[in-house]
Design a protein around this ligand. Structure first.
Ligand code: ATP
Ligand code: MG
Length: 379
């Protein structure tokens, strides 16, 4: 009696219509595939079927590892694939889709990234209420006519955590994180930038549950008054892509980040194109404390007066705090290497190193950022 998919494959093997897919170049021969699958699952397949299954198992391994946030190993992936994946399913395991995700460099971000951001750190509350909840509390959003945003700009000084926020959003929603960098668009030369953007956006539109991130957005969407001819064409292309993206039924967020909000084309900043324009600025005490403790927890530490240290770094961004720890750890490493005895990082270590780290933020940068906040913020 045929009870499982495995039995069906064995018996009806020749009739199985595994989709014709372009397989990886290093796929071994039929007999080798039979042996590999047998070793992993204990099931014997017809050689021609095994040859078609093996690349699918490899893709499934990648998919499962991304979903679970760890390398699941080929045995687990093989057994899971054989037991749980419908051969003809049009779901997430579909080859086309997996190939697309890999092509786009999509990956899953751990949910814990969200918790590394203090609840008091702006714009966590705004992001939670305006972006995450409308997607997770869908019925309530529907009841009150709240439409989740699709297109978002984060702006703020360097190192303030814009990219980190985007990853945290992808993590908390458990959606695919896809990053498009202006340098990828430039890969085939400046005059192909617009065409590359179009091609990428067409692909991206087919990925359900994804957070698509464009960093250094001013490179793509600089004001057409100031930009060169090439820049103009890419800005125009982007302007065409936004409504197409918003029309799409898929669950998807396009988030763009920039340090230079004033440089963006006015047409893009008008309501209708971007649903939210959100500032990501300096940290408050609690925000600095959370990040400080996050890095401290993985440092060889002794007595540390966190409050004292926090009060010494008022203008530090997350990137500055990360750099401070890099220097402190290097210092500890060198000390222990020289003396040969356990060196623990203490308050004194920080007091010595802090003056050597120049904070990114200055009063002028903060004033300018505040002016930008007044002028551009919208959510
Ligand atoms: N809440 C946080 N907890 C731990 N690390 C953080 C946090 N926020 C940011 N970081 C780290 O600080 C560094 C700078 O953050 P990020 O790259 O997100 O800044 P950015 O605003 O995108 O900078 P840029 O404008 O230069 O692109 C990163 O290495 C990031 O991982
Ligand atoms: Mg960034």
């Amino acid at each position: 009696m045929i009870t499982t998919w495995v039995d069906r494959l064995k018996v009806e093997g020749k009739r199985l219509k595994v989709k014709d897919v372009e397989i990886e170049t290093n796929i071994p021969g039929e007999q080798e595939c039979v042996q590999r699958i047998f070793k992993c699952t204990g099931h014997n397949f017809e050689p021609n079927i095994a040859k078609k299954l093996w690349p699918r198992i490899l893709r499934h391994k990648w998919y499962l590892s991304e979903k679970l946030g760890r390398d699941v190993g080929i045995k687990v992936a093989s057994v899971d694939f054989i037991e749980n994946v419908e051969p003809m399913g049009e779901d997430l395991h579909d080859e086309e889709r997996i190939r697309l995700l890999r092509d786009l460099g999509a990956y899953m971000v751990d949910q814990s990234v969200w918790d590394t951001i203090s609840d008091t750190q702006p714009p966590k509350q705004i992001v939670n209420k305006r972006i995450i909840l409308p997607f997770t509390a869908t019925n309530l959003a529907l009841k009150h006519g709240v439409v989740p945003p699709r297109t978002i700009i984060f702006f703020g000084p360097p190192g303030t955590g814009k990219t980190h926020f985007v990853k945290a959003i992808a993590g908390v929603l458990q959606w695919w994180y896809i990053e498009i960098s202006p340098s990828t668009l430039l890969a085939d030369g400046e005059d192909r930038m617009g065409a590359n953007l179009k091609r990428l956006m067409e692909k991206v539109r087919n990925v359900d549950q994804s957070v698509v991130f464009i960093d250094e957005f001013e490179e793509i969407a600089a004001s057409r008054d100031q930009a060169s001819r090439v820049d103009k064409s890419i800005t125009n292309e982007f302007l065409k892509q936004v409504p197409l993206l918003k029309k799409q039924d898929t669950k998807m967020l396009l988030i763009c980040a920039t340090n230079y909000i004033q440089q963006l084309d006015a047409a893009l900043l008008r309501p209708g194109r971007f649903d939210c324009i959100i500032p990501v600025g300096g940290l408050d005490d609690q925000g600095r404390r959370t990040i400080f403790e996050y890095f401290l927890s993985s440092t060889n530490r002794g007595e540390t007066d966190v409050e004292k240290i926090i009060s010494m770094i008022p203008l530090f961004t997350p990137a500055d705090i990360e750099y401070l720890f890099q220097k402190v750890r290097q210092y500890a490493f060198e000390k222990e290497y020289a003396k040969g005895e356990d060196y623990r990082v203490t308050t004194e270590t920080f007091v010595e190193i802090i003056p050597k780290v120049r904070p990114t933020l200055t009063n002028e940068i903060i004033e300018e950022f505040e002016r930008d906040c007044d002028r551009y913020t919208r959510y």
